[in-house]
Write a protein that binds this ligand. Structure first.
Ligand code: SAM
Ligand code: DTB
Ligand code: SF4
Length: 336
């Protein structure tokens, strides 16, 4: 767990302000306990604080929209306990080869026509081998040439791979920390927390935007939810994009059957992410399919300002784009 460097002061009006060390204003740290204190605020006070931070940094009625495509589905060698694409779990997901360039371009064109501003390509790999990376570089270049922002999530990167992605025109790399360091070993054993941090460092070092967040509802404690946010918020530069996923329970995975999380606790997590990472896009990511419109609206009020758009995430269902359009219209949200 990270050391506290500066305390968070919770004012009587429920707004917190971080004291900044007099010797180095750049070293600001959120203590896990301070983030837990946010979670423990009365709901209305937490929402007020999150909205205040959100409105100070963003247009509160604008939501960024990304479309996700699984360019390589299933057969993954890793053991992430939530994931239907791990080869070792018996789920309905089949192992498929890498998609062809023209199929990916066609999907990106459709996403663009539907109003997506970013196209995210996901692969069920521990990490790309060089022979896998080369066709993906071509996909990135073509999607970029269409005027879309590009994002990829391909697993762990080795030396030199981030540079190749940057040269191909990659704008964002998604690689999640998933949970707090203390809970991580309960969920994944085939890669370490440090492996993930190392990949994020490689992405940062070539100036690709970082997209990193985690999954809520895996049986972690509130302290551990706060611990994940502390890891992200305390990075030298917090991720530009922070996906907060609600666990989508898939039969055959070890986490299937986990007690489901109260959706209001998920809303609190979004609010705490907004407050601790004021200038990051917070993405209401997996799990919308199980949420009412009311809960999704609360997530937007809590500061979520990005979603995945389109009826499929990687292998699981997402709300229909037409439903999202209706919800945005009801809430007066502009899609960006
Ligand atoms: N294989 C690459 C990796 O793990 O880095 C990229 C794809 S992986 C599916 C991307 C992320 O999706 C995971 O890190 C995890 O946070 C999220 N994810 C996977 N399965 C999920 C599930 N059942 N519910 C919620 N999020 C999930
Ligand atoms: C992220 O944080 N969530 C997305 C994206 N990054 C790649 C993936 C969610 C996957 C949900 C399970 C599935 O559809 O397979
Ligand atoms: Fe593989 Fe990624 Fe799924 Fe883990 S989350 S099993 S690395 S596809």
């Amino acid at each position: 767990m990270l050391e506290s460097i500066s305390p968070v002061v919770i004012n009587t009006d429920g707004l917190s302000s971080k004291a900044i060390s007099s010797c180095d204003a750049s070293i600001e740290r959120w203590r896990v306990a301070d983030i837990v204190a946010l979670f423990e605020l009365p709901f209305s006070d937490l929402m007020y604080q999150a909205q205040t931070v959100h409105r100070a940094n963003f247009d509160a009625n604008a939501v960024q929209v990304s479309t996700l495509l699984s360019i390589k589905t299933g057969g993954c060698s890793e053991d992430c306990g939530y994931c239907p694409q791990a080869a070792r779990y018996h789920t309905e997901v089949e192992d498929e080869p890498l998609m062809q360039l023209d199929e990916v371009v066609a999907a990106a064109q459709e996403a663009k026509a539907n109003g997506a501003s970013r196209f995210c390509m996901g692969a069920a790999w521990r990490g790309p081998k060089q022979r896998d990376l080369e066709p993906v570089l071509k996909m990135i270049a073509e999607v970029k040439a269409m005027g879309l922002e590009t994002c990829a999530t391909l697993g762990m990167l080795k030396d030199g791979q981030a540079e190749q992605l940057k040269d191909a025109g990659l704008d964002y790399y998604n690689h999640n920390l998933d949970t707090a360091p203390e809970f991580y070993g309960d969920v994944i054993s085939t890669r370490t927390y440090q492996d993930r941090l190392d990949t994020l460092d490689r992405v940062r070092s070539v100036d690709i935007n970082v997209c990193s967040g985690g999954i809520i509802g895996m049986g972690e404690s509130r302290n551990q939810r706060a611990g994940l946010l502390a890891q992200l918020a305390n990075m030298e530069r917090p991720p530009e994009s922070v996906p907060i996923n609600l666990l989508t329970q898939v039969e055959g995975t070890p986490l299937h059957g986990t007690d489901s999380l109260d959706h209001l606790e998920f809303v609190r997590t979004i609010a705490a992410a907004r407050i601790t990472m004021p200038t990051s896009y917070v993405r209401l990511s997996a799990g919308r399919q199980s949420m009412s419109e009311g809960i999704q609206a609360l997530c937007f009020l809590a500061g979520a300002n990005s979603i995945f758009y389109g009826e499929k995430l990687l292998t699981t269902a997402n709300p229909e784009a037409s439903e999202d359009k209706k919800l945005f219209a009801k809430l007066g949200i502009n899609q960006i």
